[in-house]
Design a protein around this ligand. Structure first.
Ligand code: ZN
Ligand code: ZN
Length: 484
């Protein structure tokens, strides 16, 4: 018995020696895999299996000893009251799209005051602030839009807008009813923090203050499209772009994002249906464009309900205007439909445009009429580059806390930041501006006279956009970010 035990112990020991090595190897592999899983953002899938976000447990460790997170937190706390003051000033003196003259001068003055090089005049009233660390590295673009809307403010605030202007021949009130005043102030706050951290950074940061996001007046060019056309990206060598929008319906302290299409492409369409005029009592004597237009409207809806893969992304076609005819007993020569198309996927956008053309012209043809279809684009899909999103979301977790960064469903509104995102990898997200004690269904929507922002949310946007720049410039993963 004794020997047996002894022998088996010996045999086991011999075995054990080999097994130990094997176990150690396996252990190393398992730990390695677990560490990798913990540090690599894991895709968040929608019900249909599409990747809409990324989750992570731990951010990648930094080798540099400078504590960026602490510097951003301290910097944001210090600059917060100034950001709020700036915001109030921009709020009180808003200017319409392509007319942001005083706004631009104020921004330029503040950037120069920070010691930054400033260029003015791109896309009419654009302002570019350049932070060059003098060290080799990538170039990050941070964008804020600067224009206000023809809305008369109804809020009772000490810094309420009393400005008026002329818009489409009418005298109108002017108000920052979309919150672009907060975007400007938050980006200026970020510029201040980043300038103070200059020695700890490499590469360049380009602060892009973009006019006319809401759309240039008729007959004028403007906004992000004009900046791209005038060579913003090439002139400053911007590699990636970050942008943020305040939201009156999202709690302060929160950030929401979505990988892929976050905001829709918006396209306008008009369909001119031409028939043959006749007496209302004798429709067979002509070709009725009104009935044909009605058939086309229903046909357009079946493009969405029957022919579009809605599990992939949402899409909308809305007819907003019908015109045609002069009186009850005349079937007119012509009728016109005007509407909007919203899509969240570049391929789907092309397919839907094609189907609109086909549906309208063939329905018209079947009735003996003709249809002339015109589709004009306002903005492409605001597309968050998957690789960049995956790389940057952990950085937002780190600065804001994981609970404060969430995935949002896509928004069918459009945003001209999309013109930048079309050219270079970009990330666009929403920042909470709703007071915690305001129920979400009572928050006034953007573009309304009662639109209001709780300023305690601004510090979140300051931290978020600063952290994105810092994180991108201090990791070596930039090379992994490909095109859209
Ligand atoms: Zn707006
Ligand atoms: Zn806006």
């Amino acid at each position: 018995m004794f020997y047996t035990i002894k022998l088996s112990n010996l045999v086991y020991f011999e075995f054990y020696k080999h097994k130990t090595m094997k176990h150690i190897y396996i252990l190393i592999l398992v730990i390695g895999a677990l560490t990798l899983t913990a540090q690599t953002p894991q895709p968040v899938k929608s019900q249909t299996g599409a990747t809409v976000g990324y989750e992570t447990v731990k951010p990648a460790p930094k080798t540099h000893t400078f504590n960026y997170i602490q510097a951003i937190n301290d910097g944001a706390r210090k600059v917060e009251s100034t950001v709020i003051d700036w915001r109030r000033d921009f709020h009180e003196f808003p200017e319409l799209s392509n007319r942001e003259f005083k706004t631009a001068d104020k921004i330029a003055l503040k950037l120069r005051g920070m010691g930054l090089k400033v260029d003015q005049g791109m896309a009419k009233t654009g302002v570019i602030g350049i932070l060059d660390t003098g060290k080799e590295g990538p170039t990050v673009g941070l964008r804020a839009d600067t224009d206000a809307l023809p809305v008369t403010e109804r809020n009772d605030l000490p810094f309420r807008s009393r400005e008026t202007s002329e818009f489409l021949g009418n005298e109108v009130g002017v108000m920052h009813a979309c919150g672009h005043d907060t975007h400007v102030a938050m980006l200026l706050g970020a510029a201040q923090i980043l300038t103070n951290m200059k020695n700890e950074l490499t590469g360049k940061i380009i602060f892009v203050f973009q006019p006319a996001e809401e759309g240039a007046p008729p007959g004028e060019e403007g906004g992000a499209a004009l900046m791209v056309k005038e060579g913003l990206i090439e002139t400053y060598g911007i590699d990636v772009m970050f942008g943020q929008h305040i939201s009156s319906g999202l709690d302060v302290g929160k950030v929401i994002y979505k990988a892929g299409g976050i905001m829709a492409a918006a396209d306008r369409f008009s369909i001119k249906v031409k028939g043959k005029q006749t007496h209302g009592a004798r429709p067979w004597g002509g070709v009725d464009p009104i009935t044909t237009a009605a058939q086309i409207i229903m046909g357009l809806q079946t493009i969405i309900s029957r022919q579009t893969e809605l599990t992939k992304e949402a899409a909308v076609i809305s007819v907003g205007k019908i015109t045609g005819g002069v009186r009850n007993n005349i079937i007119p020569e012509e009728a016109e439909l005007v509407g909007t198309i919203r899509t969240l996927d570049v391929g789907m956008r092309d397919i839907i445009h094609e189907k609109i053309r086909k549906t309208a012209t063939l329905i018209a043809e079947s009735a003996g009429a003709t249809a002339e279809v015109e589709i004009t684009g306002y903005a492409p899909v605001t597309f968050n580059n998957h690789e960049l999103t995956k790389q940057m979301i952990p950085a937002l977790y780190e600065i804001l806390g994981e609970d404060n960064v969430r995935v949002t469903p896509a928004v069918t509104g459009a945003e001209d930041f999309s013109f930048f995102a079309e050219k270079i990898p970009s990330l666009y997200y929403f920042v909470g501006g709703k007071a915690l004690d305001t129920p979400a269904d009572q928050a006034f929507p953007h573009h309304t006279p009662d639109f209001i922002i709780d300023e305690s949310g601004l510090i979140t946007g300051v931290k978020a956009i600063t952290q994105l720049a810092v994180s991108y410039l201090t990791t070596d993963q930039q090379a992994s970010v490909g095109g859209n």
